[in-house]
Design a protein around this ligand. Sequence first.
Ligand SMILES: Nc1ncnc2c1ncn2[C@@H]1O[C@H](COP(=O)(O)OP(=O)(O)O)[C@@H](O)[C@H]1O
Ligand SMILES: [Mg+2]
Length: 352
Amino acid sequence: MQASDKDSDDPMPRDNEELKTKKDRYKVLALLGKGGYGAVYSVTRLSDSERFAIKCENANAPRKSLYMDCNVLKGAAQIKSRHFCTVIDQAAVKDRFNFIVMKMIGKNLWDLRMDTPELRFSMGTALKAAAQCLVSIEQLHRFGYLHRDIKPGNFAAGRKETNEHHTIFMLDFGLCREYVKRGEGKVRLQRSSAPFRGTTRYAPLGSMMEMDTARKDDIESWLYMVVEWTSGQLPWHKLKSHDRDKVMQFKKDLRNKPEVQDDFFYDCPKKEFLRILKYVDSLGFYSTPDYKFVYFCIQHAGTANNVKDTDPLDWDASCPFNGPIESPEGCFSKYVSLLKNCEFLKKHRRNM
Ligand SMILES: Nc1ncnc2c1ncn2[C@@H]1O[C@H](COP(=O)(O)OP(=O)(O)O)[C@@H](O)[C@H]1O
Ligand SMILES: [Mg+2]
């Protein structure tokens, strides 16, 4: 096939193509990211030259997920979270693709780590980004969804031009699942098994064992991501998605082999991160995680490593940090008062 034929077969938008919606027209500028059945582009809104991003999905995609991106982002707008992009428009180009128009943000956290000389974030950057991602996970859960694909490519910093480059945004809701029964407000019953979805490297152990996943599992993936930011790599980084069983074995060994733990937590605040792992493993399918407790462990890791609130982020090394410092909603105080005499808490109060 000739290159030109191939280009004309590609249903995705072309550079400079003009896209119409009921509200406005947009000109396509550049490709920002590409997935299996879709792609994200920067665009200019022709009525006022403002920049936006569009996420497109092939009209023939076998598994439609753009509606989920759209629903979740609309839910996020209702709670007015600063960690989600607003959707401002949507339309379809017949027989080619459907798209949503949303706020444009900056580089994703995978690319930002790749920009660092040692391919890892400083402790301060890793912990500040970790705290913001945790807040966004708690918020997503609060309005009823599991993410199920927590990984660095699905978080990005805002743009410098809008002075949001110290704020982290959550992206990509294509694999989200509603975990509460609408109206009843109860967690949906656990399925006896669930096909594996997501990304092998960051997938929670339970989902690799084809178990139905829950809120705790998003936090487990978040921990793998944060460890990778801090230490530069995960012990299973060389294994690919077809080595899923080997990655699963690594994650099992992490729970009971000290040498795997040492490797995993290399250059990380081991005491606090191990406490988070143990806490996540102690939760059940229906548990509401104590996000505040996890946040408290992150804060403690920062204090123990002399991280200051104003320490700059690696991608803006000359400016003091001015992004959000907010703790997630949670039941830490309730948890503490209910479990005043619990051995676990007595012990961690002693240690902290
Ligand atoms: N609103 C946005 N602004 C800027 N870049 C974005 C935006 N949304 C996505 N991207 C970029 O596109 C990439 C792919 O987007 P994502 O929503 O994760 O789609 P996919 O389903 O293809 O993984 C992201 O990693 C990010 O770099
Ligand atoms: Mg993605």
